[in-house]
Design a protein around this ligand. Sequence first.
Ligand SMILES: Nc1ncnc2c1ncn2[C@@H]1O[C@H](COP(=O)(O)OP(=O)(O)O)[C@@H](O)[C@H]1O
Ligand SMILES: [Mg+2]
Length: 361
Amino acid sequence: MIELKNIDVQFKTKSKEIYAVQDVSIQINKGDIFGIVGYSGAGKSTLVRTINLLQRPTNGSVRVSGKQLLDLSPEKLRQERKKIGMIFQHFNLMNARTVSGNVHYALRSSPLSDKQKNEKVAELLELVGLADKHDVYPSQLSGGQKQRVGIARSLANDPEVLLCDEATSALDPKTTLSILELLKDLNEKLNLTIVIITHEMEVIKEVCNKVAVMEEGSVVEQGDVVSIFTDPQNPLTQEFINTATHIDQALEKLAKHPSLLNLNREDTIARLSFVGESTNEPLISSLYSKFAVSTNILYGNIEILHDTPIGNLIVVLNGTTSQQQQAIHFLESQSVTVQQLEHIHIDEKAKVVPLNRKQVI
Ligand SMILES: Nc1ncnc2c1ncn2[C@@H]1O[C@H](COP(=O)(O)OP(=O)(O)O)[C@@H](O)[C@H]1O
Ligand SMILES: [Mg+2]
């Protein structure tokens, strides 16, 4: 559906050259809700703007629905761009036009008759839940309602792809969820392919099936959301996920937990992550029956991602070193990811960090 290959985008300013995007390749399939996550300045907007060539790449190829966009004539490119809708953080509505006027405007070069355009606008407003706001001006709408207008407008020409650049970043958490629900709905109802840019992994967790993590112009990790959430490889991905799953907060609190302050030398602190079925197995009790290793659960959380439960436990394992090792091997053989942690003091502050990595996870 969308294939970006070896994309570079370089900006030349008077004083320096900026490599905003460096050798990025991603493939987005029809029906995907593909998330691109990264901190501000990572190159997300620049990358996504290459999908409709609002930003021409310095190098690389952009293929959308089988067409190599860089080879198209300006007129053909205009036609292809109509199949790609876009919404923005600050909505970009025209304040002098009503809600319906804003959506109408997107149909200005459509071949539909006036009557058909009116029907189309009414249909779109219904679809985004704003049927009663037809004649209202944007200044009278809440942020969430404004974004709904933005969505209705972006769908006016029946696009196959919707690009969302920080579309929920100006909204409160509850409104964010309602907009994400709407996007998920549109994805299902219209088989709309959606690309979501965000700096919040929570947004990815909520709706995306695929994710790419960007840092300094490059994609440092990508894959399906369930695998990335259960077994993130890159430290930046781990950081985003720990924030989204509240593990970082838990570790901070646990650093002061009495059971960690009174550990035996042989005890192991570990984070256990698991997907789906392994949550049903009474794994923890079998560690005791099989290996005489007792498990003290300090923290637990289960997230449901696309109907797949993903669990995270922070535990202390107690037993002899060899019993514990056997227990860890057993857990791994049951598809549990085991990350050993240690309790250390940095700058007189107690922290729980990955073993042998003097860095907070
Ligand atoms: N038109 C431009 N001219 C010069 N530099 C730009 C331009 N657009 C973006 N940049 C720079 O490219 C980098 C990536 O920006 P951007 O794609 O907006 O990141 P993000 O969307 O992840 O915050 C930043 O360093 C930004 O300052
Ligand atoms: Mg941006």
